[in-house]
Design a protein around this ligand. Sequence first.
Ligand SMILES: NC(=O)c1ccc[n+]([C@@H]2O[C@H](COP(=O)([O-])OP(=O)(O)OC[C@H]3O[C@@H](n4cnc5c(N)ncnc54)[C@H](OP(=O)(O)O)[C@@H]3O)[C@@H](O)[C@H]2O)c1
Length: 297
Amino acid sequence: MSTPDPRIVLVTGTSSGFGRLTVEALARRGHQVFAGLRDVAGRNAQASAELTALASAERLDLHVVEIDVTDEASVERAVGTVLQTAGRIDVVVNNAGMNFAGPLEAYTAQEAHRQFDVNTLGALRVNNAVIPSMREQGHGALIQIGSLSSWLTPPFNGLYAASKAAQRSLTEAWQHELAPYGIESVVVDAAAYPTNIGPNASLPQDQARMGLYGERLTSFIGDLTRRTTENAENIGSADQVSDAVVALVETPQGKRPVQTVVAPAVQYEALRELNPQALKAARIVADDMGIGAYLAD
Ligand SMILES: NC(=O)c1ccc[n+]([C@@H]2O[C@H](COP(=O)([O-])OP(=O)(O)OC[C@H]3O[C@@H](n4cnc5c(N)ncnc54)[C@H](OP(=O)(O)O)[C@@H]3O)[C@@H](O)[C@H]2O)c1
């Protein structure tokens, strides 16, 4: 790959997984990168020290910034710090996320709120904080890390899938609303990759209701685990996702596709046409409603 124009990028949720790989890859490509971590003095002290040490060892333009996407004041502070340090933000990557895994009826509305608060409203808070400066500078990109489960909605992962479907819906609304200001909004729909999100999944507090699903839930988890292990070689490593994000960061302004699917071949082939088809249908409907001119190209 040739040397890209350096971009100023803020990524949320970079203690592990896709976020960690993304900030390291972007910084090694010469971009100025702000690695978002929540609770830098506590749970993420080690991640923060590792990123700072890496920046120093490899002389990377990589900086840790504290950001908890569920806390509006924290988000505002982080974006303010980046703007003060770097002068602008070209791209934000809404990567922070968590997973509630279990039957829907076992979750309270309060637990459901937490799932949406991180995965969906987290991106809303971050984007609300960066959009004014992007509008002023006349360019910018909002990249959301989405999931194939937002299209599939498997059982026993409904809250997570719904939070990601809502995030995709917001992505398209941002695209339509912000295109006139030169701001793009896109989603990376990733398949299942072995990161911390699976092992760290939050189970429902109501274990008794979860228990009612008995053997069906047990065999679901067994089948999924078995197949994931069998598929491990096909799935490849999680840096397929960070590579896709790097490619989007480096794509010229105005040319980023609204959806990028990152998945093993069979899943990729099955799913890559979904969003273009949905957008085509949306355009026909919007035209018929008399509002087609308000959709982004
Ligand atoms: N792995 C997959 O199979 C897969 C597939 C499709 C999409 N995704 C999406 O990819 C993104 C990254 O997940 P991952 O798979 O890389 O898992 P991961 O390793 O668990 O990373 C999740 C990151 O989000 C951070 N985070 C959680 N709550 C936060 C909050 N309130 N504020 C700021 N950061 C917060 C975590 O920080 P802490 O360490 O402090 O918890 C962690 O750095 C998520 O949006 C996920 O939904 C994952």
